[in-house]
Design a protein around this ligand. Structure first.
Ligand code: ADP
Ligand code: MG
Length: 617
């Protein structure tokens, strides 16, 4: 069994990972920061040193389990192996889980966009609503994810906005299958796992939990995305439960398509058998049409991204080439800078000679044209045709010789020297500005000054600076490009996977019947009962959270009052009146109410099992 190399004790209850611990967990994870606290334990952002660069950030969920019994560990491991094999763009990837001492740890994909609950609160506070097209796209993504898991006989049991994450604006469902891993698979386990606002009537009444119960929760999420509020609300736990069990399903505002409202109502049917499966919703004509649109949009996004990427790369290459050319020029100039005065002089001569060569060519051309002209004159004076030809040929030959057979190289000029040229037929104007007529100063410093020219403007320092700048720039650009590429790759891979899922659904129609009732095949130990250790952990967290919200003193008073009220069957109004005297809003006591409900449930099952068990403290 893997062991944490460093654990820190929080109070006397259990040992946990420390946020400041730089030690390696399970030989590969280091804690970066605490992300939050969930109903089962603490959640950390960790870095996985064994993963590829772009996949290093992961999430570690730690929950205190006390000493797990060996069979529980084996079952949890089997469950974890199953979960780690699942792969869908709308499901938060489950990597692995392990136990260390009193901590059970789960490693999952990290979603940088936070959870949907946070996003909804953000929009609500800003007075904004999600565009309809966005809601439909997200809803379809959730349906695809749920369908994938249900096809594999895996239930979520705790679908809620807080368990849905945003990554590159795509939704990913977290904790799919995790409740069974943590809590076991009996009805009571579901009640303990689930969040009342999203719980189906049958789950609340212990009438069994199946895929259709997840569909109910998904309906609640659809409503929440449209209205930024829970589908069933109430100021205390029991009033919410009553609404879920008895009230009609709420409707979407008229601004939403009636077909979407029809889908919502079907998902919130009280009778699970009347609810459609995820597969059936995806197949319905309204959602199927939206799915087609979404597939096209996503496929275009991939194409645009590819074009944009290649454009970016092309722009990068062009700018790199331009910089290289610039750098080469600078380098060439810097070579000149490094030359001795004599070498510079030679170079200067070369350049002048090149100029002369050009002018010679020009002259030859002129001479040739003159010859032609002269021949035409001769012809017009009735010279013999042959002679004309001969003359013409010889004239051309001379001209060609002048033009082509004397390639004027710099070396030639260096070897022959300037005087030779001035002595030749070439007019003296070609040598007019030739500095060779002056003596080259032998002292390099004086020579330097003497031949001070345009080259001097490019000093070595400026060239070096340019080069450094260039290298820095190239480095930064490379990093930028690689980040863009890797960001796009990751994003693309999710979008591409999503397009593949949509194509599968649209083309093959390979949707399961959706009436799955038998769940994950039971492990070797058979169907798992409630993991009472986990249930106790959850209750303890609930109690701690309520104390934190209300303060210890008020918590105790509210807790005592609600317990007695339950026994005395006190009316709702009386309860509300009392609570409002104690706290600002009666709904602040929701958690205490839920805690009492869970405690009753747990003591009931403990009594049934013939071993009374206190889960308090
Ligand atoms: P709950 O029990 O309420 O579902 P969790 O234990 O799932 O809570 O999560 C606790 C906190 O950690 C929340 O703030 C949640 O947003 C964050 N969190 C959980 N999983 C992830 C993840 N995969 N990526 C990013 N943040 C996460
Ligand atoms: Mg969660």
């Amino acid at each position: 069994m893997l062991r944490f190399q460093e654990v820190v004790t929080h109070g006397s209850s259990f040992t946990s990972i420390s946020t400041c611990s730089k030690a390696l967990i399970a030989g590969r994870y280091t804690v970066q920061q605490k992300l939050g606290r969930g109903s089962f334990g603490t959640v950390y952002l960790v870095s996985d040193k064994k993963a590829k660069d772009e996949e290093q950030l992961k999430v570690l969920k730690e929950t205190s389990v006390g000493d797990l019994k060996p069979n529980e560990t084996v079952e949890a491991n089997l469950e974890a192996q199953l979960l780690s094999r699942l792969d869908h763009p709308a499901i938060v990837k489950f990597y692995t889980s392990f136990v260390e001492g009193e901590s059970f740890c789960i490693i999952t994909e990290y979603c940088e966009g936070r959870d949907l609950d946070f996003k909804i609160q953000e929009y609500k506070e800003a007075g904004k609503i999600f565009p309809e097209s966005q809601i439909i796209e997200w809803f379809i993504q959730l349906l695809l994810g749920v369908n994938y898991m249900h096809e594999r006989r895996i239930l979520h049991r705790d679908l809620k906005a807080k368990n849905i994450f945003l990554k590159n604006n795509l939704l990913k469902i977290g904790d799919f299958g995790v409740s069974r891993l943590l809590m076991g698979s009996c009805d009571l386990a579901t009640t303990f796992t689930g969040t009342p606002f999203y719980m189906s009537p049958e789950a609340l009444q212990h009438q069994g939990y199946d895929t259709k119960s997840d569909i109910w929760s998904l309906g609640c999420i659809l409503y929440e995305m449209c209205c930024l509020d829970h589908a069933f609300t109430g100021h205390n736990f029991l009033s919410v439960v009553l609404k879920i069990v008895e009230d009609d399903a709420p409707s979407l505002p008229d601004s939403y398509p009636s077909k979407l409202n029809t889908v919502l109502h079907s998902m919130l049917s009280k009778d699970p058998a009347m609810r459609p499966s995820a597969a059936e919703i995806l197949r319905s004509s309204y959602i199927d049409g939206q799915l087609q649109n979404m597939k096209c949009k996503f496929a275009n996004m991939i194409k645009e991204d590819q074009v944009l990427n290649s454009q970016k790369e092309a722009a990068h290459i062009i700018s790199a080439v331009q910089k290289r050319v610039h750098l080469q020029t600078l380098r060439a100039l810097s070579e000149v800078q490094k030359m001795t005065p004599r070498e510079r002089m030679r170079l200067r001569k070369l350049n002048i000679a090149d100029e002369k060569a050009k002018k010679l060519k020009q002259l030859a051309e002129e001479k040739y044209q003159e010859n032609l002209k002269r021949m035409q004159e001769l012809r017009s004076r009735n010279f013999h045709q042959v002679n004309i030809d001969v003359l013409h040929e010889s004239g051309q030959q001379i001209a060609e010789h002048l033009i082509t057979s004397q390639p004027v190289t710099s070396l030639d000029y260096l070897s022959i020297g300037c005087n030779k040229q001035t002595d030749s037929e070439t007019p003296g104007r070609f040598c007019m500005s030739d500095p060779v007529e002056h003596e080259i100063p032998e002292d390099p410093l004086i020579a330097e000054e003497y031949y001070n020219d345009g080259f001097d403007s490019c000093s070595e320092t400026s060239e070096e600076e340019e080069e450094e700048e260039e290298e820095e720039l190239t480095k930064v650009e490379e990093i930028e490009v690689s980040q863009t590429v890797c960001r796009t790759n990751r994003q693309d891979s999710d979008i591409e996977a999503m397009v593949r899922c949509m194509e599968n659904i649209l083309n093959t129609g390979s949707l399961g019947s959706g009436t799955v009732t038998s769940m994950t095949p039971p492990g070797p130990g058979g169907s798992r009962a409630l993991n009472s250790t986990m249930a106790a952990t959850k209750l303890r967290h609930m109690r701690e959270s309520a104390i934190q919200k209300l303060g210890a003193e008020i918590f105790e008073k509210v807790y005592k009052f609600l317990r007695e009220a339950k026994q005395r069957n006190t009316s709702e109004d009386e309860i509300k009146g009392y609570l409002e005297k104690m706290v600002c809003r009666a709904s602040d006591c929701f958690e205490v109410d839920q805690l009492l409900y869970f405690e009753d449930q747990l003591s009931l099952i403990s009594a049934n099992a013939g071993k009374p068990k206190s889960v308090m403290h």
